[in-house]
Design a protein around this ligand. Structure first.
Ligand SMILES: [Fe+2]
Length: 336
């Protein structure tokens, strides 16, 4: 049975603050001059709620998703913000406690439940967060707020109201996808995530979501796995935050930062484990560069390159130049 234990970060210094959402847009203070021809809306996502009841969210990545909107018109700017009504947010606000485990904050069982119902809750399955605080991007005519799990949340870019949650697992064989897809000029969305393929073999799937459909149907319903890339380790996918794409190729960097899936599956919630606890590093594997062609979509197994261990979050740019693929990535050495 889990018991409420002091979090290692208890007594932590508060580095971030909860803010209130707004009921209506407010005028923004403009420094300098915004050209009058510049108009439109800028949407941004970020964390905005760091306490619920008496419980804190410990990590910056755990704050509940707050969507910001800047409307630019005739040199003036108005600003609005609203929390996304994810399951994680709504249940936390309703129960006044952390209900869904976040990256660095473990959720504890409902103290109102007796020991037997708590026991069965553990084995009902892992409740993966839908706290979409990382990014917002268009799919077809719609806008989705996202994190790195299998859940994406459709939002209204005008009112900032939350419309619906979509489970990508209903449409695709992926455990989750990155918050940094590539979107082509016609609206086609490409992304990558890990998955268990045939015979429970771990792999990485590049997915494709088509642009807006003439018949107004949901493009997500027509999404597909385009190409599968192999994993160097059977139960430990590399953490993927972004990937590269050129006109004709996908670039995937398989880094030494690993997610220990056995740890993830076995110790979840029983020991108050959070996502962060399931990360580890295997520097001995080095770093692998994988390539796949776009059309036809094929894994290029003969073009797999290994280099020394480094870690990365963001691909900066990838492009083709005189028969080469140039990959610009922001990296650091060592996992600590
Ligand atoms: Fe990022």
């Amino acid at each position: 049975m889990a018991s409420r234990v002091e979090h290692p970060a208890a007594g932590y210094k508060k580095l971030f603050e909860t803010v209130e959402e707004l009921n209506e847009p407010i005028p923004a203070k403009v420094t300098g001059a915004i050209p009058s021809w510049l108009g439109g809306s800028l949407l941004r996502l970020g964390p905005g709620l760091f306490e619920v009841g008496s419980e804190p969210f410990y990590h910056l990545f755990d704050g509940q998703a707050l969507m910001h909107k800047f409307d630019l018109k005739n040199g003036h700017v108005t600003y609005n913000r609203k929390f996304v009504r994810t399951d994680a947010y709504v249940r936390a606000m309703t129960e006044k406690r952390v209900v869904i485990t976040e990256f660095g904050t473990a959720a504890y069982p409902d103290p109102c439940k007796n020991i037997f119902s708590r026991f069965f809750t553990y084995f009902k399955g892992i409740e993966v967060t839908d706290n979409c605080l990382v990014n917002v991007y268009p799919i077809g005519e719609d806008f989705y707020a996202v994190t790195e799990t299998n859940y994406i949340t459709k939002v209204d870019p005008d009112s900032l109201e939350t419309l619906k949650r979509v489970d990508l697992c209903d449409h695709l064989s992926v455990n989750g996808v990155t918050a940094h897809p590539h979107i082509e000029a016609d609206g086609t969305v490409y992304n990558i995530g890990n998955c268990f393929g045939k015979n429970m073999t771990l792999a990485y799937n590049i997915i494709k979501i088509p642009p807006a459909q003439n018949d107004q149907s949901d493009p997500i319903a027509k999404s597909q796995v385009l190409v599968q890339l192999p994993s160097s380790e059977r139960f430990k996918p590399s953490y993927i935050h972004s990937f590269g794409m050129t006109d004709n190729y996908f670039v995937f960097v398989e880094q030494p930062v690993k997610i220990n899936l056995l740890k993830f599956l076995s110790s979840w919630s029983i020991r108050g484990t959070n996502y962060m606890d399931c990360f580890e590093s295997n520097e001995a594997m080095g770093t692998w560069f994988h390539l796949a062609s776009k059309d036809p979509a094929e894994y290029l197994s003969s073009h797999k390159f290994r280099t020394s261990a480094f870690n990365l979050f963001h691909h900066i740019n990838s492009y083709e130049d005189q028969g080469f693929i140039i990959v610009d990535v922001c990296t650091w050495k060592g996992w600590s």
